[in-house]
Design a protein around this ligand. Structure first.
Ligand SMILES: Cc1cc2nc3c(=O)[nH]c(=O)nc-3n(C[C@H](O)[C@H](O)[C@H](O)COP(=O)(O)OP(=O)(O)OC[C@H]3O[C@@H](n4cnc5c(N)ncnc54)[C@H](O)[C@@H]3O)c2cc1C
Length: 388
């Protein structure tokens, strides 16, 4: 059976649906081809089920790309305020959690319902359970799925990255980019827990569950947020954020007590200097179990001021050499992807192949944690949708 449209959108995730809505509003006949049994599955699990759908402090600095300027145009064309207006128009209750992060009050289902309703109202046709494995181009793009053939002069690739394969991530978008001769920037897991090396594993993995407010730094970037110890390594927002900047064999530096002089009172006190009183001092700034372990491992060599100052320095610059990451199974995003040099920043259209667009996570633009990846999804999707 042959279906003819003005545009085919491969992938019914956040950017694919937004692109379809914008194109549908402009009267285009659009098909969203989605291989899962329903679109937007990742939206439903996002933000712990409440979807951190945008961030009101969004700017180009919140994104990582080989070209740090690329995202600016799309982000300016479709802003957090634009998405918030849509959310309010649909009367979806939401709140700011922290650092400008907006979450649904009820559930991520509200966002997906809104997108599906907008699709229906704008004449978008959704084809779930439609996996595209073959795509050709002659005078138009032809996508084949089982007994169906979809044809259109424009094709938008919104098939996402490699993260969370159990949710259907395929890497098909990268294959398509290669098929059409577009360059790919090497992909790697982003926003992902890091694994301890052998020695740190022996020292700390039994402290799984302990959380510390830290500054994590690597490759010129630093994030002040919570760090969580896991059975296998480190996680929590500070670590997820810095993980996107980490590459083997880099180390990361962790300040375990930002802006605190942990040993100051102890140094100034006239009381006897003992391990017990030092432990009490550390416990004021660090979780008890972590403070105790830190002292076991970094006990001062003597009670001189300089030994204690050395201990203070270790607390502010714990050097961790991760042995790797938890990989795509646990990564919230895939960093790298279709090279932005290949695409128009205004429309996301390929510079080489007219009518071919790439949006969302498949592109080499990766947001920080905190609603930025969805803002990129909306912005890149809307930019392409308005150009169809
Ligand atoms: C657990 C988790 C929580 C997250 N929470 C947040 C959050 O709160 N805030 C935030 O900003 N970001 C969050 N993210 C990141 C955000 O979900 C992604 O950046 C965003 O969903 C990317 O959208 P995408 O459409 O590009 O990719 P995806 O969401 O992966 O969608 C791609 C779609 O394409 C389909 N597809 C793939 N191959 C084919 C094919 N060959 N044929 C047809 N269809 C195909 C897939 O089934 C999928 O539906 C989270 C990610 C994860 C994993």
């Amino acid at each position: 059976m042959v279906h003819k449209f003005d545009a085919l959108i491969l992938g019914g995730g956040a950017p694919g649906l937004m692109c379809a809505i914008e194109a549908g509003r402009r009267g285009r006949r659009v098909a969203v081809l989605e291989h899962a049994e329903r679109p937007g599955k990742k939206i439903l699990i996002s933000g712990g089920g409440r979807c951190n759908f945008t961030n009101i402090h969004c700017s180009a600095e919140n994104f990582i790309s080989a070209n740090p300027h690329f995202a600016k145009s799309a982000l300016a064309r479709y802003t957090p305020e634009d998405f918030i207006a849509l959310v309010e128009q649909h009367r979806i209750p939401y709140h700011e959690k922290t650092l400008g992060q907006l979450f649904c009050d009820r559930s991520a289902q509200d966002i997906l319902d809104m997108l599906e309703k907008e699709c229906r109202e704008n004449g978008v046709q959704l084809f779930p359970k439609t996996a595209i494995h073959n795509l050709t181009r002659s005078d138009e793009f032809v996508a084949t799925a089982a007994e169906h053939e979809f044809r259109a002069p424009a094709l938008v690739v919104a098939t996402g990255g490699l993260s969370i394969p159990k949710m259907g991530a395929t890497g098909f978008g990268y294959d398509l980019a290669r098929q059409f001769g577009l360059k790919i920037r090497e992909t790697r897991p982003g926003l992902v827990p890091l694994l301890f090396g052998a020695e740190d594993g022996r020292h700390y993995s039994d402290l799984a569950g302990v959380s510390v407010g830290v500054i994590a730094a690597c490759n010129g970037q630093r994030f002040r947020e919570k760090m969580l110890i896991t059975h296998r390594g480190l996680s929590g927002p500070a670590i997820l954020q810095i993980s996107t900047y980490w590459k083997e064999p880099d180390s990361i530096s962790i300040d375990l007590a930002p802006k605190q002089a942990v040993t100051a009172e102890f140094l100034e006190s006239a009381a006897p200097r003992t391990i017990a009183s030092l432990r009490t001092a550390l416990r004021r700034f660090l979780p008890n179990r972590f403070a105790d372990r830190w002292l076991e491992i970094h006990a001062p060599k003597s009670w001189t001021n300089s030994s204690l100052q050395q201990l203070e320095r270790t607390i502010h610059s714990w050097t961790v050499l991760p042995s790797g990451t938890e990989g795509y199974q646990k990564a919230e995003v895939t960093a790298g992807g279709v090279d932005t040099d290949e695409l128009s920043p205004k429309t996301m259209e390929s510079k080489k192949i007219s009518g071919l667009f790439f949006i969302g996570e498949v592109v080499d633009v990766t947001g920080h944690l905190g609603g930025f990846n969805f803002q990129w999804a909306w912005a890149s999707g809307a930019s392409a949708g308005r150009a169809l």
